[in-house]
Write a protein that binds this ligand. Structure first.
Ligand SMILES: [Zn+2]
Length: 392
């Protein structure tokens, strides 16, 4: 009974909707009942306000080292740099310090009010919608960077006192595949984000962060996709209007891709690229839409090849009996994919099952770290177990 209740609560909360085929329809059609922030987020929003560490010499900008420390290999996005500089000069202009609170660093207080006016004006002045969109993304990233400075561990995105890095065991992903974590700026530096676990385990070469709306990141990703060719790019997204294939259909014996796959694996040059959409239920549609647009501009076709994960025992039996996790979480979707590929004879010798397990272990470590934090902050365990499903 309890399990059932938990599972139900989970399926309505976690996003992007669901990677599981069976629940897709109901979820996509039904209005999501709960898109509230998880208790982990709200716990963080109750943490005391922090001033940005801006005043020490040289701290008024984001260095390459600092930027890359958060889990990316890209240069510092130009627009993020610009916005950070503007925020800094605003401090001088209005003689007020930036103050951040809550998860990922939201501006607070007098500075927030002033900055709000200013950024709205900047936004209005921007002519085309693409620029507006990029500004919106970069501003969010800039605020998160400044607000998390000296507060979050750069690797695990948890408050320093809750760092879980020592609990993670790195593992090599089969070199024939690569994950792209297409992340919404609102999920960047979010403590309960699970996507970050993927590159913590597999490294940033195998799992590459691509921030939605950050030109430098999107260019990098699409340049790779151009080189890889459309046949080697797959999106894990259960969209009802998209043509989705099961793992078996896409990569199994009978698939038309099979021959190509075999060829690819032997020449070792080409890699299968999998995009994981890492955003809330409500944001993921927009993210998928942008991917389709970009696919069209490159390949002239709007249908970005999509994979939906199977339901049922065949894939589920490999997972530990933790209904609250399932595979709707971003990292868990990767676990699902690895587990399903493992079942195909042509993929069975790459140790994908072990790699899936390594991610699961990472997820368990994250859950434990978040739970320990809740307990330390004086929240009840009952609440924790009831809401443990909220991680996504
Ligand atoms: Zn850490």
């Amino acid at each position: 009974m309890l399990l059932l209740a938990r599972t139900r609560a989970f399926t309505f909360k976690c996003a992007p909707s669901s990677y599981l085929g069976f629940s897709t329809k109901t979820h996509m059609d039904a209005k999501p009942r709960t898109l509230l922030r998880s208790p982990f987020s709200s716990s963080a929003s109750r943490s005391p306000p922090r001033e940005a560490h801006m005043n020490e010499p040289g701290n008024g900008f984001i260095s390459l080292q600092e930027w890359q420390g958060w889990g990316t290999k890209s240069p510092v996005p130009a627009m993020v740099t610009e916005i950070v500089e503007e925020l800094q000069s605003m401090e001088n202009d209005i003689d007020a310090k930036m103050s951040f609170g809550g998860i990922g660093g939201k501006l607070q207080g007098y500075f927030k009010v002033q900055e709000d006016k200013k950024h709205r004006a900047t936004y209005q002045a921007l002519g085309d919608s693409e620029k507006k969109f990029q500004f919106f993304a970069a501003r969010q990233i800039a605020c998160r960077l400044l607000g998390s400075r000296g507060y979050l561990c750069q690797k695990c995105w948890l408050p320093l006192e809750d760092c879980m890095c020592s609990r993670l065991i790195p593992c090599s992903l089969w070199p024939g595949m690569r994950f792209w974590l297409y992340m919404h700026p609102k999920d960047f530096l979010r403590q309960n984000n699970t996507g970050k676990v993927l590159w913590q385990v597999f490294g940033i070469e195998a799992v590459t962060l691509c921030l939605f709306g950050i030109a430098e990141h999107e260019e990098m990703m699409w340049n790779t996709f151009k080189r890889a060719g459309k046949n080697n790019v797959w999106c894990l997204y259960p969209n009802k209007s998209a043509v989705t294939k099961s793992v078996q259909e896409a990569f199994g014996q009978e698939s038309s891709a099979d021959q190509k796959c075999t060829q690819l694996m032997t020449d070792g040059d080409k890699t299968l690229n999998f995009i994981l959409i890492d955003g809330t239920w409500s944001n993921s549609n927009a993210m998928f839409g942008r991917l389709k647009e970009q696919a069209k501009s490159i390949w002239g076709e709007e249908d970005l090849p999509c994979i939906s994960l199977a339901t049922g025992a065949s894939a589920m039996h490999k997972l530990r009996p933790q209904p609250s996790w399932d595979r709707t979480c971003t990292a868990a979707a990767a676990v699902g994919l690895l587990s399903e590929l493992q079942l195909l004879p042509e993929f069975s010798s790459y140790g994908l099952d072990k790699q899936a397990e390594a991610v699961e272990d990472g997820l368990v470590a994250l859950l434990e770290a978040l739970t320990a934090r809740r307990l330390r902050m004086g929240r009840s365990i009952t609440r924790k177990s009831r809401h443990s499903s909220d991680i996504c």
